[in-house]
Design a protein around this ligand. Structure first.
Ligand SMILES: NC(=O)C1=CN([C@@H]2O[C@H](COP(=O)(O)OP(=O)(O)OC[C@H]3O[C@@H](n4cnc5c(N)ncnc54)[C@H](OP(=O)(O)O)[C@@H]3O)[C@@H](O)[C@H]2O)C=CC1
Ligand SMILES: CC(C)CCC[C@@H](C)[C@H]1CC[C@H]2C3=C(CC[C@]12C)[C@@]1(C)CCC(=O)C[C@@H]1CC3
Length: 345
């Protein structure tokens, strides 16, 4: 049966790499690229068709940062498709990022160094602004537009006898302390990106709680640090080239990826709700690698209740079970009692 997959922000970076990989995995897919820029979307479609001739790739105009655009895109999706198997909520922005150089050097010579490179905690601020709907741009794009899209698509996503999956591209930068329920748009703070990603983790949990019984399952993944337009907006490319050796030094040769089920998963089906990289493999993270967990959510959804995948060399393979009990589930501490370890390469 032909599966329908929609990816937001599919024209570049992780979204585009995800589309490439999905088409490679499943030739039967009907893939819909939901993008705000028609020219870039057409270029992405052309590139996908060059590598996957004969693939079914549709385009849809969607600006997730605009309420009107989301509403009309949702109408269009409902008119075009009679099912939606996978909805990848990937579009995201980080406007006007600034790196705190002092915090970087303080962190670099502290025990917090690995955490700093993995999560950018305390390093990054952004300047957000209200959009034409009067919403904060980062909140509207990274979270609210996607939420509205899900709500509008419920008739397609929650069909009796058919399971649909939501897969969010979250971030290791998601931090509980950046998010406040009194200021969910993060109007007052300087870390709207971190706040929006934490809010998407929370939303995913809430969606699972309320929608699993209607056949809708939500997963959160973190791609690690990937060189894309987003990261090239943080530092100029020559600086990235300069700091590459440092990144290599602090990166371990291993990357651990963890997918595990929600605690109220009672029927043995896998609802991966988070993915963690321990010892970030920072500079090998191409969009192709960054899309790994996103692709992983696609075929592995019928896998056993706890899936813990390790890709590593000996040292961190043995270290992994030690760090696992501290694994993060949307900001809270969680214990994993069983796991299934597969060593990759
Ligand atoms: N790169 C990294 O290290 C990490 C990235 N992420 C997340 O991965 C996701 C993809 O980012 P990445 O590939 O890195 O960066 P890119 O900038 O390459 O991709 C972002 C995509 O989102 C699209 N987009 C942005 N705003 C909107 C909007 N309002 N409506 C529709 N589409 C929009 C962009 O379209 P356009 O080309 O028109 O701008 C682009 O296709 C984001 O959610 C990001 O937060 C998470 C962790 C790490
Ligand atoms: C010499 C210095 C100026 C070097 C600064 C290094 C930082 C630019 C990077 C260290 C950790 C990185 C990181 C991200 C961006 C770049 C760093 C802050 C992300 C925030 C990018 C987007 C994400 O979603 C998560 C990333 C975490 C790590």
């Amino acid at each position: 049966m032909e599966k329908v997959v929609l990816v937001t922000g599919a024209n570049s970076g992780i979204g585009l790499a995800l589309c490439e990989r999905l088409l490679t995995e499943d030739r039967q897919l009907r893939l819909c690229l939901a993008c705000r820029n028609t020219q870039r979307a057409e270029a992405a479609r052309a590139a996908l068709l060059t590598s996957h001739s004969g693939a079914r790739v549709d385009l849809l105009h969607l600006d997730v940062g605009s309420v009107l655009s989301v509403l009309s895109a949702a109408q269009e999706i409902k008119a075009r498709y009679n099912r939606l198997d996978f909805l990848y909520l990937n579009a995201g922005i980080m406007p006007n990022p600034a790196v705190d150089i002092r915090a970087f050097f303080t962190g670099f010579f502290s025990r917090n160094i690995i955490n700093m490179f993995a999560t950018a905690e305390g390093l990054l601020t952004q300047q957000d602004r209200p959009n034409s709907d009067g919403l904060q741009e980062v909140f509207a794009t990274n979270l609210f537009g996607h939420f509205l899209l899900i709500r509008e698509l419920e008739p397609l996503l929650c069909q009796p006898g058919h399971a649909s999956r939501l897969i969010w591209t979250s971030s290791s930068n998601a931090r509980r302390s950046a998010f406040s329920i009194e200021d969910i748009q993060h109007r007052k703070g300087k870390e709207p990106y971190s706040s929006s990603k934490y809010a998407s983790d929370l939303l995913s949990l809430a969606l699972n709680r309320h929608k699993n019984n209607q056949g809708l399952f939500s997963s959160v993944t973190c791609p690690g640090l990937v060189m894309t337009n987003l990261t090239y907006g943080i530092l100029p490319s020559f600086l990235w080239t300069l700091i590459m050796p440092i990144m290599w030094l602090v990166s371990s040769a291993a990357s651990t990826r963890v997918l595990f089920s929600s605690d109220n998963d009672s029927n043995g089906v896998c609802f991966p709700i988070d993915q963690i990289r321990i010892f970030t493999n920072t500079f090998t993270l191409t969009p192709y690698n960054g899309a790994e967990a996103l692709v992983g959510c696609h075929p592995r959804c019928d896998a056993p209740s706890v899936v813990f995948t390790v890709k590593c060399r000996k040292l961190s393979f043995f270290a992994a079970p030690l760090v696992l009990p501290k694994a993060r589930v949307a900001g809270s501490e969680s214990k994993i009692s069983q796991f299934d370890i597969r060593i990759w390469e």
